[in-house]
Design a protein around this ligand. Structure first.
Ligand SMILES: N[C@@H](CCC(=O)N[C@@H](CS)C(=O)NCC(=O)O)C(=O)O
Length: 207
């Protein structure tokens, strides 16, 4: 059976769990990272020398990096609807996955850590504001893009919606003032209502 190491409060673990649920893949999730620790043990570092979650093990095949795992699971299930085979359609999905991992999630990372994981007395207001402003700029791009289509890459739900959806979940639940983004919120409400998203969507407040 597929094994997933990682705490469900991790945005990167959420992507993998959501994807496995979408694909109907049976899995066992093992708590690791954060308050659960384990990710600094020699056994864990042998699977992922970065000591980060998630990691999967699938019949002896070990893989880390959440977006690579999500792609692997879609390919393993032969789920071309979730990760299209047509080169241009696939590139569009991949583009949004890159946008999430290199842009959107890093932009909101500081605000998340400051507001959710740092005691109020130790917070850095300027750093939060910088992170908020960057996240708003990217949220505006997402909102405008979603005004033209139901899902990120068109009329079909794909793994791009899973990974950007996890980042949007984090942004839309941060205790921070946000500019209303009707299209982003409309899209997020639709994908968060999918049964496969329940473990992600139920995480309120963020932990
Ligand atoms: N690029 C990696 C990033 C993984 C990552 O940063 N994981 C964080 C949680 S979101 C982590 O392991 N933090 C340490 C911990 O939870 O103990 C991925 O996408 O898998």
């Amino acid at each position: 059976m597929l094994r997933i190491w990682g705490r469900i409060s991790s945005v990167n673990v959420q992507k993998v769990v959501w994807c496995a649920e979408e694909l109907g893949i049976a899995y066992e999730r093992i708590e690791a990272g954060g308050k659960f620790g384990k990710n600094d043990t020699p056994e864990y570092l042998a699977m992922n020398p970065n000591g980060l979650v998630p990691v999967i093990e699938d019949e002896g095949f070990v893989l880390y990096e959440s977006n690579a795992i999500v792609r692997y699971l879609a390919a393993r299930a032969g789920a071309s609807a979730l990760w299209p085979e047509d080169p241009r359609e696939r590139a569009d999905v991949d583009r949004w996955m890159e946008w999430q991992s290199t842009g959107y999630t890093p932009a909101m990372g500081v605000a998340f850590w400051q507001l959710v994981r740092t005691p109020e007395a130790k917070r850095d207001a300027a750093a939060i504001e910088e992170s908020r402003a960057k996240s708003e700029k990217l949220s505006a791009i997402l909102d405008a893009h979603l005004a033209e289509r139901r899902y990120l890459t068109g009329e079909r739900f794909t793994i791009a919606d899973v990974v950007v959806g996890c980042a949007a979940h984090r942004w839309l639940n941060l205790p921070i003032d946000r500019v209303p983004r009707p299209q982003l919120e409309r899209w997020y409400a639709e994908i968060a209502a999918r049964p496969a998203a329940s473990q992600v969507a139920e995480l309120r407040p963020l932990t």
